[in-house]
Write a protein that binds this ligand. Structure first.
Ligand code: AMP
Length: 210
C-alpha cells in the first residue's frame, strides 16, 4: 500500500506513520526527519535547508522533490511506503504524479489549531534517533530518555511557540490545498485526531479499509 499522511505540524502524523509502518511492514518516510539528519551531519543539502527549517518555512520544492525521488528508488519501497510530511505543496504533489508514483490512500489527520499549539509545546524528540514523544500524551518510559535508544529528549528548535504559529500559517496556505487536490482523485480520507494515540490509530486503520 502506498500512503500519504497529510496534516498540520503536530497533528500526530509522524506517530501514526510509525505505528502503521510497523503494522504493515512498509517504510515510513519523513522528509522532516531526513532534512533534520542532513542538518545534523552538515551535508550541502542540510546547509541549504537549515535556515528555512529554523524559521518555520518550507524548504524549496526542488530540494525535497530530490530527496523523495532518491528515497523512493530504494528497494524497501517496492512493497509500499508511507509518506509523512510530503507532499506539502501542489507542485510537490504534481512532481509525485510526474514520477509515476501510484498513491492508494491519502489520510488527512485533522486537529484544531488551538490544540496544535498546546500539543507542540509538550512535544519532545530524541536528539539521537528523532523518535517523538509528548509530556502528556506519549510519555517515555523514563522521563527525558528515549525508549528506543536511551538518547536525551529535547524540544525541537522549530517547536517554539512563535515558529509553530508560522508553521501553522504555512500549512493553511501551502499544504491545505492538497486536500482538494486528492479529494478530486477519490483517495482522500479524513481522520479527526483524538486525545489518545490509540484512538487515532483505530480511526486511521478504519480509513485505510474504506
Ligand atoms: P516536519 O518534521 O515534517 O514538521 O518537518 C520539519 C521542517 O522540515 C518543516 O517545517 C520544513 O521546513 C521542512 N520540510 C519537511 N518536509 C517538507 C516538505 N515536503 N516541503 C518543504 N519543507 C519540508
Amino acid at each position: 500500500m502506498n500512503l500519504i499522511l497529510l496534516g498540520a505540524p503536530g497533528a500526530g502524523k509522524g506517530t501514526q506513520a510509525e505505528i502503521i509502518s510497523n503494522k504493515l511492514s512498509i517504510p515510513s518516510i519523513s522528509t522532516g526527519n531526513i532534512i533534520r539528519e542532513a542538518i545534523k551531519t552538515g551535508t550541502d543539502m542540510g546547509k541549504k535547508a537549515q535556515e528555512f527549517v529554523n524559521a518555520g518555512k518550507l524548504v524549496p520544492d526542488d530540494v525535497v522533490i530530490g530527496i523523495i525521488k532518491e528515497r523512493l528508488s530504494k528497494d524497501d519501497c517496492k512493497n509500499g511506503f508511507i509518506l509523512d510530511g510530503f507532499p506539502r505543496t501542489i507542485p510537490q504533489a504534481e512532481a509525485l504524479d510526474k514520477m509515476g508514483v501510484r498513491i492508494d490512500k491519502v489520510i488527512s489527520i485533522e486537529v484544531p489549531d488551538e490544540k496544535i499549539v498546546e500539543r507542540m509545546s509538550g512535544r519532545r524528540v530524541c536528539e539521537n534517533c528523532g523518535a517523538s514523544y509528548h509530556i502528556k500524551y506519549k510519555k517515555p518510559l523514563v522521563e527525558g530518555k528515549c525508549d528506543l535508544c536511551d538518547g536525551n529528549l529535547i524540544r525541537r528548535k522549530d517547536d517554539d511557540p512563535e515558529t509553530v504559529l508560522e508553521r501553522l500559517r504555512v500549512y493553511h496556505v501551502e499544504t491545505k490545498p492538497l486536500k482538494d487536490y486528492y479529494q478530486k482523485t477519490g483517495k482522500l480520507r479524513i481522520v479527526e485526531g483524538q486525545e489518545e494515540v490509540a484512538d487515532t490509530t483505530r480511526l486511521t486503520l478504519q480509513a485505510l479499509e474504506n
